[in-house]
Design a binder for this molecule. Structure first.
Ligand code: ADP
Length: 194
């Protein structure tokens, strides 16, 4: 299963991906986690990315594509993956398309977690208090929601036009949301198998 999880910051992509990877038996690839690891390790990518991430802006497409290309060339993705945090703009959606075509691994499904802005703001406040991620500061969260609306929302339309997008309600108990995503994936594969 090759799956992209879309959704605004704090919509639960990471939480749901961590659960789904166990059920689907494929790795969870989070570009946010990869970038935070690079920052923590002080790599050249991390040094370039830190200020951009703290401000809630997008790290450059070139850096992301190089990172992703490297990750998708590893052995553990040959049975699929759950991609979380990428693509975040139309250029990235296009780049992903080309990359997956090149390695002969087209996407099976794109699931968007739908969560209203008020709920996002509340969730990020809780995460900020617990984890102190600079980009969860309420002021930065508002900027991230703006980046999402302007740059990432069109990515959902891109997949919708191709008949690939499933929208799932991301509000509710964790188990309930996981069950909704699994139902969406089952519907998708039933439709694909005609
Ligand atoms: P969340 O899921 O809460 O939105 P992430 O952990 O996915 O947060 O991402 C944190 C930050 O990492 C983003 O705000 C951005 O600065 C950077 N980032 C992650 N993925 C990408 C990407 N595909 N393109 C550009 N920047 C990215």
């Amino acid at each position: 299963m090759r799956l992209v999880l879309l959704g605004p910051p704090g919509s639960g992509k990471g939480t749901q991906a961590a659960r789904l990877k166990v059920e689907l038996g494929v790795p969870h690839i989070s570009t946010g986690d990869m970038l935070r690891a690079a920052v923590a390790a002080g790599t050249p990518t991390g040094l370039m990315a830190k200020a951009v991430m703290d401000a809630g802006k997008l790290v450059s497409d070139d850096i992301l594509l190089a990172m992703l290309e490297e990750r998708l060339s590893q052995d553990d993705v040959k049975n699929g993956f759950i991609l979380d945090g990428y693509p975040r703009n139309l250029a990235q959606a296009d780049a992903l398309d080309h990359l997956l075509a090149k390695i002969g691994q087209p996407l099976d499904a794109v699931v968007k977690l739908d969560v209203p802005n008020e709920a996002i703001i509340a969730r990020c406040e809780i995460r900020f208090a617990a984890e102190h991620r600079k980009d969860d500061d309420p002021v930065v969260v508002r900027d991230r929601l703006k980046v999402y609306a302007e740059q990432t929302a069109p990515v959902a339309d891109f997949f919708e036009r191709r008949g690939k997008l499933q929208v799932v309600n991301g509000v509710g108990e964790l188990d309930e949301v996981t069950a909704r995503v699994k139902r969406a994936l089952a519907d998708e594969s039933a439709a694909a198998n005609g």
